[in-house]
Design a protein around this ligand. Sequence first.
Ligand code: FAD
Length: 450
Amino acid sequence: MRVNEKRIYALNDISNIGNPDSCGGPVLYWMSREHRVQDNWGLIHARMLAGDSRPLVVVFVMSPSFMCATFRQCDFMLKGLEEVAGGLSKLGIPFVLRVGSPAAELVKFANEIGASVVVTDFNPLKMEQSWQRAAAGALHIPLMEVDGRNIVPARFVSDKHEYSARTIRLKIHRLLFEFLEEFPKITPMNISPPDVDPPDWNGAYRAINVDRSILPVETDPGEIAASIALQFFIKNKLKNYAEKRNDPNAEATSRLSAYFNFGQLAPQRAALDVHGTGGGEGQDAFLEELIVRRELSENFCFYNPDYASLNGAPNWAVKTLDEHRADPRQYVYTREEFEQGRTHSLLWNAAQNQMRRTGYMHGYMRMYWAKKILEWSPSPEDALKTAIILNDRYQLDGRSPNGYVGALWSIAGLHDRAWKGRPVYGTVRYMNERGCRRKFNVNEYISRWS
Ligand code: FAD
């Protein structure tokens, strides 16, 4: 049950004092990003460290108000965690839910149970990294991170911000044979767990301090639902994926992004199962998005702390957007008008409605949607802010590296190149409704979502 050591990274240097082999306290897995029992390298590593001689405890610390999150996302997350708690309990592993400041609560809990070592998840985003740094500094035992999100671990695949999909693709493909391996199963514990409080789910629901007007959507949360969605995609949609994935009416994409975002499904599980279908265009196209594009986003956010601002955009794009800053805009909308879907464009409003109602917008429409926000906002800075705020507020897959990269790609040329110059956009790639009409039945999309 070994985890490739290239997935593991020491977040503090306390390995001598709290040597896991010489200290008998429980192993603590601080679940933060990977909310699943199976196919979870962090949990597998924690289980391996516990072995037969130390108990294993899983703790999740919920921050009551979290960066633009709404009740929709919190509900999806808590229901998923409830399922995790049930799955862990069958393996003799207690799940503890704490509410509060993540680093402080984690350290408090680790001290309470006399933990000997803490294992946690890799996360490229700034807030989560600051929690990890604070915990690493306050703990007197080792804190180690395991990358359970990237097939080729982000710290290992590259030590710098990769310029484009082309540059990271080569690196990923060279290493896939080593990392795209089957997961071992988590085996049940045969040692009694320490006495800990059971999770208070109702208390957690009461504690969350977010906008409760954005309601849950129909997508079923959790590891089981994620696995069903993956198998449904493989059986029914994968064969059409290459041809139809850019048609928002076709329902040809996987709809797995919310499960990946909440760690309810390992991208590596999806890659293994899709890989196992035996080839074809659909498989290649899907693995390109799932592995190369997604891991490029992780790379960008990890190495560029300006991932949510124009400072993160390439120089050529910042320059061209600046040169066109004063260009007259045919339409300018406020954030509220965008949010309510009150623009002149029925197509844009339909995309906004799809996101508001379902917590998901089709990938092709996301590009069009963000580019029009650039065209109809007073400045590129405003546009980026609006796109990120709305994306994070309504999408179940929001507040993720893919979201920040998607917004910067659309509005500020990230991972793209310069195209023919135009008003407002400069040489940032342009999209219009006519282009959409060439690709798919725009009227059908509008009538479905207006
Ligand atoms: P599929 O086509 O089935 O793809 C499978 C998986 O591959 C996705 O779940 C995702 O993990 C990954 N993937 C697909 N397309 C991309 C891409 N372009 N870049 C990186 N990874 C990709 N994705 C998010 O996960 N969260 C977001 O908040 C998000 N916001 C976006 C905002 C904008 C403005 C743009 C242009 C793109 C955004 N994307 C985001 C990327 C992409 O649109 C979604 O990942 C995809 O639409 C999710 O649907 P799916 O799971 O059916 O995708």
